[in-house]
Write a protein that binds this ligand. Structure first.
Ligand SMILES: [Zn+2]
Length: 484
């Protein structure tokens, strides 16, 4: 039987992170009252002239530079003509040739193997408005148009058809999202439609050089959906060919609830967009100094940061991976470290507390680390209290709960609740002796050679001290008493 291989190309739209739209001064704020962020330009009133937002151009170039693209210094715009009700002027301002960025790369790792993927282009364009369909609904039987999103700046990134599996597509999109978020060029929030993806899938017999018939799956808005759609589509195409059928070049839609793709339109009558130069935006050249200024603003990217975290802070691969998974988490960690007295000793416990305790609580409330009630400085202080023996690790969890619930400072919580660790030997000897007297079974086991039995005695002392005894010291005292 013929063996087939899958080829995937992606077109990713990312909303550029600017306060105002790309050709007018309207706000890009998400979730505002419909049509409240509109003006004569983005609603396409006759005679309105677009004005290019410099910050949007900067964001596209910054992304291009970070991904190793060649920046085309000539900046030109074109009108892409088509009729759709969410674009009142019946054309979209975009870049035809050349795009701002040509030929970039992204490295991904799948199953421990690194692969470099080529990206054809990134260009700047404006978004369309949004239709809200209510046809068949009980209250309404028509569509509504919201133009808040019209003319919001987008960067469109097009890959070469070099991805060969759903897992590679997932790794590519995750890496892209992470880098672009690090750059601050886009928030890439797929839930808010700030990152959308068209997926081209084809299959061909292994060994064949030319690509098979391509199917485009439009407007995907979650990575898990993309993975499921590619898996489904590759299998569907294989079944068509195996049963002797023929594939048609078409656009399909992913029906998430049914887990299938459905034909939307065939490509045979493909649209001719009749691109022509945008007369209201005169072509201009980007000065070298402008590009170099942007290059200087590129921050350390996730991969480089991870390598540095491992080298500089002696973290495990796992910890470094988690801490660099977003720029906000990495910044939180490094701010906490900077506030620590003994950076070397604090590096590992800080990483642990962020990835387990803090992350656990934030996750439970679906909060981001930037909304953390525990500041990085306060977490650093808590670690310091553990390291200098003021509180035990167990008490620290109680203190942390209070810090999280009330945004309080750890030293205030320790003071107010009288939680200082008991390291007074004579007090601990007294409690240890009580524990020995009350637990003859554990003592007998210990004397019979079962060293682990001391654990239950430590537990008993901790309980008597309401968790405030210094556990290392308790352990030492118990061993001394038992060996007497
Ligand atoms: Zn506007």
């Amino acid at each position: 039987m013929t063996a087939y291989e899958t080829t995937i190309g992606l077109e990713v739209h990312m909303q550029i992170n600017t306060k105002s739209k790309v050709f007018c001064e309207c706000s890009t704020e998400f979730g505002a009252e419909p049509n409240s962020h509109t003006c004569v330009i983005c609603t396409s009133q006759p005679g309105a002239i677009p004005i290019l937002n410099k910050k949007a151009v900067e964001a596209v170039i910054k992304t291009g530079l970070a991904l190793g693209f060649t920046i085309n210094k000539q900046c030109t715009f074109a009108r892409k003509q088509y009729f759709y009700p969410d674009v009142p002027k019946n054309y979209q301002i975009t870049q035809a040739e050349p795009p701002l960025c040509s030929h970039g790369k992204i490295a991904i790792t799948v199953d421990g193997k690194e692969k470099i993927l080529n990206i054809t282009r990134i260009h700047l364009e404006e978004d369309a408005g949004k239709l809200v369909h209510e046809i068949g609904a009980r209250k309404l039987d028509y569509s509504l148009l919201d133009l808040n999103r019209a003319s919001v700046g987008l960067m469109e990134l097009v890959t070469e058809p070099e991805l060969t599996s759903a897992q590679e597509a997932e790794a590519f999109l995750t890496e892209l999202k992470n880098i672009v978020q690090y750059l601050g060029a886009s928030e890439c929030s797929m839930e808010e439609g700030k990152m959308r993806c068209d997926v081209n899938v084809s299959i061909r017999p292994v060994g064949q050089t030319e690509l098979g018939t391509r199917v485009e799956i439009k407007n995907m808005n979650s990575i898990s959906g993309i993975v499921a759609a590619i898996t489904y589509e590759a299998q569907r195409q294989k079944e068509v060919l195996i049963s002797g059928g023929k594939l048609t070049q078409e656009t399909r839609l992913w029906e998430a609830e049914e887990g299938v793709t459905k034909s939307m339109r065939s490509k045979e009558g493909a649209l001719d967009y009749r691109y022509f130069p945008e007369p209201d935006l005169v072509p201009f050249n980007l000065p070298d100094s402008f590009i170099e200024e942007i290059r200087a603003q590129i921050p350390e990217l996730p991969k480089a940061k991870k390598t540095r975290f491992i080298a500089e802070y002696a973290l495990s691969d796992y910890d470094a991976d988690y801490l660099t998974s977003t720029r906000i988490i990495a910044d939180y960690y490094e701010t906490a470290l900077a506030a620590s007295k003994d950076k070397k000793a604090a590096a590992k416990p800080l990483a642990n507390w962020i990835s387990t305790e803090l992350n656990g609580k934030l996750n439970a409330e679906k909060k981001d680390i930037c909304d953390s009630p525990v500041t990085s400085e306060n977490l650093a202080k808590l670690i310091e209290l553990i390291l200098n023996g003021t509180i035990s690790g167990k008490i620290a969890k109680t203190v942390f709960d209070d810090m999280y619930a009330n945004s309080s400072k750890p030293e205030d919580v320790v003071k107010a609740k009288g939680l200082v660790q008991i390291s007074d030997e004579s007090a601990l000897i007294k409690l240890a002796q009580e524990a020995i007297d009350e637990t003859p079974k554990a003592v007998a086991e210990f004397k019979a050679g079962k060293e682990r039995a001391v654990g239950s005695l430590v537990g008993a002392v901790m309980k008597k001290s309401k968790g405030q005894a210094n556990p290392q010291l308790v352990n030492k005292i118990l061993l001394e008493l038992l060996k007497k």
